[in-house]
Structures are given as C-alpha cells and as structure tokens.
Design a protein around this ligand. Structure first.
Ligand code: BES
Ligand code: MN
Ligand code: ZN
Length: 497
C-alpha cells in the first residue's frame, strides 16, 4: 500500500473516502459523541449523523456519508473508537485496520485517515499506518476466483502544526514494521507442501538478500556435525531435508555486546510423529513454523530500521513425521549441549529443535536470547487466544520486553518458571525428559527450554494460541496474525539505544 503524509486541511483531501474517528466523551452509560479532530469542516459534515444518533462512538460502529458537504472527499466514513478516556494508540491501530477492511469489499482503493486529536501525532501516524497495512492483508491466495481487493493508497492527514520530518519518519518506520509483520503472515499462511524447510530457508535467503543481511543455510550434515541430536531426532523421520537458518545483522559501529539471539521454531508440519496427532484439526499444524517466520519478519525489520545492536536470527526448520526412520517414544537423544533427553512423546518436538537452536545461539556469542514458538496446546488452555505466554529467566530483560509489548500494542501474559516445576521433567534414565505430564504443560515446556538457555538471560514466547486468528475480526483477517514481530523489533531497537 502506498502511504502518504499530508499536512493539508482534511476538507481539501480529494479521496474516495475520508475516514474520521468518533469518540464518546460522556461517562459510563451516557453518550456524547464527537469527531476526534480539530478540523471544523469534518465536524460540520458529521454533525447530522451524530445528532441523529446514527453513530454514537461505540467501538467499530460505522456510518457512511456520501458527497459530504464542505469536503472534497467523495465519502466520509465515521468509525467509532469508544470512550475518550480509554482511547489508546492500540485502539487507533485497530480502527485503521477496520476502516481498510470496511473499504475492501466495497472496491474502494484509497482512503485518507484524519488523525484523532487524542493521541500524540507521531504515535498516531504509526498506529494508523501499521493498522491499515495489517488490515489490508487477506489469506485467500489460493482461491481461483480471488479478486484483488487490496486498498492501494493511504493518506494520513495530520495538521500543519505537526513536525513533518518527525511524522514522515514515524510513517516510514511503521511501513517497515507492518510489511515485515505481513511477510511473517504470508510465510505462515502457506501450507506445508508449499512451505517446506527448504522453501522457508529460500525465503529467508531472499529476504536477507533484499535487505542486506548475511544468511547461511545448513542441512542435515551440518546439523549432525554440530551434534544437534535433539534437532536431528525430530528431522530424521522426514523425507524433507531440515534447514538450520542463520541470519546475521552486524551493523558497523555496534558494540561487541550485547548480541541478541532470536530463535524460532520452524516445524513446517507437525503430525506429532510416532505419537501421532488425531485427524481433527491436524491441518492447522502447517502453522507450527510461525515462530520461525516471526524471526524472519523481525530480522527484516531490524535490517531495515538499523538499530545499533548485533542480532542473530536462527530458525530450526523441519517436519515432524512418522516413518520407519522416525524417533520413537523411549529413545534417548543427546542434545548439542551434551544433555541427554528421554523422548516420552514425539509430539513434544518443538522444545527439541529449540534446545539445539538456543545452544547454537549461545555458541555463536549471543548474550541475550529470545525464542518464539507455537510450543504447547497447554498455553491455549491457560491463556486462550487473547494473550501469548511469556516466560523469562531474567527480570530486567522481561521488564524491557514488557515495555516493548506496550508500545507495539501486543498482549502477552507472564507465566512462572519456579524450580518446583523441574521435578516434572526429571527422567529416570536420562538427564531430562521431553514432557512434563498433564499439569502446567506450557510451564514444563518452558522449563525444558531453560535447561538449554542455561545462564544466558532469556525470554520464551509461546504463541500457540495467538499466531493464528480463529475468526475474522473487524481489524484483521482470520488466519496468521504475525504476533510478536512488532514487539521483538521494538525490543531490539530499545536494547540497541
Ligand atoms: N505444535 C504443537 C503445539 C500446538 C498446539 C500449536 C495447538 C498450536 C496449536 C506442539 O508441538 C505439541 O504438539 N505440543 C504437545 C506437547 C505434549 C505432547 C507434551 C501439546 O501441546 O499437546
Ligand atoms: Mn507437536
Ligand atoms: Zn509442534
């Protein structure tokens, strides 16, 4: 989507659709709706719709007006943003997405979004651009009667009191972030026959070439040479070759330390292996590479936004298949770190590939680690679809990440990593086992990973419930969400400043 910044009066916008936010400034049950913009002409055009109660400011409520008096726009779209007191940049991001998604089926191709006065202009520009680009994405690639309904151009309408340079920078950055998030979504959306580990690696290489990252891709030989017994244990059962993808961002002038390691689970299809999953919903396991795709999207944005910090992205890509060569329950694998793992359930494969990914990141010199993975069904039981699970061995690092989440408008809820849980993954025959029983499954999975992050400050994101939207929302299509990309990039930028 082409994005343009304009500081001209909203009334002068020649556009198919001018969008303005309506808020409600009354307390509790009362309503007192108004257009959230200082622009008198927009206020005037909207006055009748508001006084008639056609729009009251309720969140995502919409009202359309054709040939609005006093405006050059062909239409005015008013969209409700809720109570003024509660209105945040995160709400605005969703409204921009909802506006774009309202335009798409109407075959409208351009809009101009009037920034609401309630949010500081830079933040508002960022929210509108991110929301609009994320909202523009639809996952219906393989429908042969697919109509391209994408909105082609967005004008962000600020006021002439605003600082053009700062707003243009905010717009450019938001564009990079949102397009990177959409890259992640595009990769996650592909089915496993069109997104094998090899293809995922090619996509990472292509992205790296485009943005100037170093990218190396290793196959089975290197995985075995590195003694990644846990990763290989999963990969050995598949005819599709695995890929160990390493993307390096090493900007000139960055300090030697810290080095941030971003490690993603790239299981391009998870059948469960010999501990095979039931047929119901198994098709969804094509999104089990979402953690890996998240890191590819994040590395793209980091490479383009250029924070002064070294970042290494690692994706452990493989299928998890049953076969005559597949690992079996009871098998013991020796991980790269030397720890031995008793495989209780071959469906707990994500922690195995990440164990070696984390160890490798440490070997490459990472001083701080973040992994992202669709790791457990248990995190969905615990937190549902609204929050991802976040775990950390380091409070200071967690605090920094929590601040990044807030800025990015993403939601994650911290779960514990107390030593008491360690007993659940003790094995009688090896150092550790790969499942921890029925209770606290998201936590015992994280405890397993902690054994491989060792004393390196580390954050684990379990995105099993959040990487895939189960339903269409007003602001985002059903399907891959691209969760965590924006927060990871925000974290890296703050960490490097
Ligand atoms: N990829 C799954 C987790 C998952 C579940 C992702 C639902 C997305 C939606 C993971 O590899 C898995 O199978 N986990 C098992 C672990 C169990 C065997 C200990 C699970 O959660 O059931
Ligand atoms: Mn599994
Ligand atoms: Zn899995």
């Amino acid at each position: 989507m082409k994005t343009i910044l304009s500081l001209s009066p909203a009334a002068q916008m020649e556009t198919e659709c001018l969008v303005a936010v309506v808020l409600d400034k009354a307390e509790k049950d009362k309503t007192e709706a108004y257009v959230s913009s200082g622009d008198k002409s927009v206020q005037k055009s909207a006055a009748d719709l508001i006084s008639a109660g056609d729009i009251t400011g309720k969140t995502f409520e919409v009202a359309w007006l054709h040939k609005p008096d006093g405006l050059k726009a062909k239409r005015l779209l008013l969209i409700g943003g809720g109570k003024t007191k509660k209105f945040s940049a995160s709400d605005l991001r969703k409204l921009a997405g909802a506006a774009v998604r309202a335009l798409k089926p109407r075959t409208l191709r351009s809009l101009a979004f009037v920034l609401p006065g309630e949010i500081p202009a830079e933040e508002a520009v960022k929210a509108v651009v991110e929301g609009a680009i994320v909202g523009n994405f639809d996952p219906d690639t393989y429908k042969s009667d697919r109509k391209d309904q994408n909105v082609e151009s967005l004008t962000v309408v600020a006021t002439n009191n605003d600082d053009r340079t700062k707003l243009q920078r905010a717009l450019d950055e938001a564009l990079i972030l949102a397009e990177s998030q959409n890259l992640t979504r595009e990769l996650v959306n592909e089915p496993s026959n069109r997104m094998t580990p090899t293809i995922l690696a090619e996509r990472a290489e292509q992205m790296s070439k485009e943005t100037g990252l170093k990218c190396e891709v290793y196959g089975a030989d290197k995985i075995k040479e590195l003694k990644m017994g846990a990763f290989w244990g999963v990969a050995q059962g598949s005819d599709e070759p695995p890929a160990l993808i390493v993307m390096r961002y090493e900007p000139a002038g960055a300090p030697e330390k810290p080095v941030l390691g971003l490690v993603g689970k790239g299981v391009t299809f998870d059948t469960g292996g010999i501990s095979i999953k039931p047929a119901d919903n198994m098709e969804k396991m094509k999104y089990d590479m979402a953690g890996g795709a998240t890191m590819i999207g994040a590395m793209r944005a980091i490479s383009l936004l250029k924070p002064k910090i070294k970042v290494i992205g690692i994706v452990c890509a493989t299928e998890n298949m049953p076969s005559g060569k597949a690992q079996k329950p009871g098998d013991i694998q020796t991980a790269m770190s030397g720890k031995t793992i008793e495989i209780i359930n071959t469906d707990a494969e994500g922690r195995l590939v990440l164990a070696d990914g984390l160890c490798y990141a440490r070997q490459l010199g990472c001083t701080h680690l973040i992994d992202a993975a669709t790791l457990t069904g248990a995190v969905v039981v615990a937190l549902g679809y609204a929050n991802a699970g976040i775990f950390s061995s380091d409070d200071a690092m967690y605090q920094r990440f929590a601040a990044a989440l807030d800025k990015a408008g993403e939601k994650m809820w911290r779960l514990p990593l107390d030593d008491e849980y360690k007993d659940q993954i003790k094995s009688s025959i090896a150092d550790i086992m790969n499942t921890g029983g029925r209770w606290g499954g998201a936590i015992t999975a994280a405890m397993f990973l902690k054994e491989f992050a060792e004393d390196t400050p580390w954050i684990h994101l379990d995105i099993a419930g959040t990487a895939w939207m189960e339903d269409n929302k007003p602001w985002i299509a059903k399907g891959p969400s691209g969760i965590a990309v924006r927060s990871l990039v925000q974290f890296a930028r703050e960490f490097g400043s």
